[in-house]
Design a protein around this ligand. Structure first.
Ligand code: NCD
Ligand code: ZN
Ligand code: ZN
Length: 441
């Protein structure tokens, strides 16, 4: 296939170049390529040609929560959002904590996925050895220092330290860094207010909880020399601590979600449980700090965490935390780029280049000869409004309904095959493949 007349966008810049794919790979990039006999030609005049996005943080609920998402609906939502590779979190039912659950989930993904995928292993106080033995087969290990949706949790020092020291030091250990004891404390304090209509989740799980857990994780990572990736960083203080640790040589990287870039605690007050997520939507000051310190963010991951409207309509205390987002990340970031808030290059660095590097996805990560032909065509001038009806997630809602977007996803290719075109997923269930891991850095 030959994609002609488009503007290729990479982490380094933009250039008008043609791109040729063959047998799932990018094989040629140059000016003015001529079609070969019988070759399919895509005219990308006026369009941007982006590498497929890599979302290293999704919860597709398969198995055990397939009334709100499964590998088919979740990866279709990803595809429609220009995300051609996802890494799925282990807090399913059952949680992926060992060989048996890993194999079972791999079979579900292989049968249903329409984008490429990798799987996480979840840490428990009991699975230190088993987890370490599975390192080569998983994207990373996920460790919850504070309780969130699902049952995974490691709070005691001994298993925490043993996971940090035993799990392959060169694979990311991805941490949900909120401190459980302080969550309990502040959660109890906030409870009397929970009968009121407006409960501020940011008071029940305050920035201090994130700071305590992060400091603990950084100290153990420094001591053990292991790699550490902080999921959903939400505050200025966390970004500062991470920068300081990096300067000292700690092997730490961090993620920010579009939720925390685009929404604040005021939105949670207004949207109620639809804005309930862990860590919570933060103050306007913290949100602004994420933009100001954008350079220090390594990856943007969605934390796509669908729950049904019915589940969200329960009282605050019972309503589950988590918000869907895999389909809206690229549109929101495209729109921010169109407003001049960030450059597309900076977006690609955080949504493609760095995720591929950090998670060792060496066949992904750039529009380059030899890489998988994961390609997104964008019309930068088209404008539209996000609606709940556009969402392909089974949960059927987005907190961004009504948001005006400039920049539209026209076509999405996974390994050279057209999977999505203007509102319609045409990819076949099971066309997604498990990613290959090489040494990450
Ligand atoms: C996530 C979920 O629902 O699985 N919820 C959330 O609020 N972020 C779990 C998690 O990532 O903490
Ligand atoms: Zn989390
Ligand atoms: Zn998550």
């Amino acid at each position: 296939m030959l994609i002609r007349n488009g503007v290729l966008v990479g982490a380094e810049g933009q250039q008008r170049l043609d791109l040729r794919t063959r047998a799932e790979k990018i094989v040629e990039i140059a000016e003015g390529l001529t079609p070969e006999p019988g070759e399919e030609v895509v005219d990308a005049s006026g369009l941007l040609v982006l590498p497929g996005f890599i979302d290293t943080h999704v919860h597709f609920r398969d198995p055990g929560g397939t009334h709100k998402e499964d590998f088919l609906s979740g990866t279709q939502a990803a595809l429609a959002g220009g995300v051609t590779t996802i890494l799925d979190m282990p807090n399913t039912q059952p949680a992926v904590t060992g060989r048996e659950q890993l194999n079972a989930k791999a079979a579900l993904a292989a049968a249903k996925a329409v984008v490429d995928y990798g799987l996480y292993l979840g840490a428990t106080p009991e699975n230190v050895e088993e987890a370490a033995g599975l390192a080569n087969e998983v994207a990373a290990m996920k460790l919850y220092m504070g309780s969130s949706t699902g049952s995974l949790l490691v709070t005691e020092f001994a298993p925490l330290y043993r996971h940090f020291s035993t799990f392959s030091h060169d694979k990311p250990l991805v941490v949900h860094a909120e401190d459980e004891q302080s969550l309990q404390y502040f959660g109890a304090l906030a409870r009397p207010q929970s009968s009121a209509t407006n409960t501020n989740h940011n008071l029940a799980r305050p920035p201090l909880s994130a700071q305590i857990a992060l400091s603990r994780a950084l100290a153990i990572a420094e001591k053990t020399g292991r790699r550490l990736h902080i999921a959903h960083t939400t505050t200025q203080r966390e970004l500062e601590l991470i920068q300081e640790a990096k300067q000292k040589g700690v092997r730490v990287t961090c993620e920010v979600t579009p939720l925390h870039l685009f929404l604040t605690e005021e939105d949670q007050q207004q949207k109620g449980n639809l804005g309930k997520v862990n860590p919570p939507l933060r103050s306007r000051e913290d949100q602004q700090a994420l933009w100001r310190l954008f350079d220090s963010i390594d990856t943007i991951g969605t934390d796509h965490a669908p729950h049904t409207l019915e589940e969200k309509r329960q009282p605050y205390a019972q309503a589950p935390s988590g918000i869907p987002g895999v389909q809206t990340m690229l549109p929101l970031l495209l729109n921010a780029a169109s407003q001049g808030r960030i450059t597309l290059q900076a977006v690609i660095e955080r949504c493609v280049t760095n995720p591929a590097r950090i998670f060792g996805l060496s066949t992904k990560g750039a529009l380059e000869i030899g890489k998988d032909a994961d390609i997104v065509l964008i019309d930068p001038e088209k404008e539209y409004e996000i609606t709940n009806e556009q969402m392909l997630s089974k949960c059927g809602w987005t907190p961004f309904a009504g948001t005006h977007i400039k920049g539209m996803i026209e076509q999405v290719y996974v390994r050279g095959a057209l999977g999505y075109v203007r509102g319609t997923c045409i990819a076949r269930a099971g066309s997604g493949k498990s990613v290959v891991y090489t040494q990450s850095c």
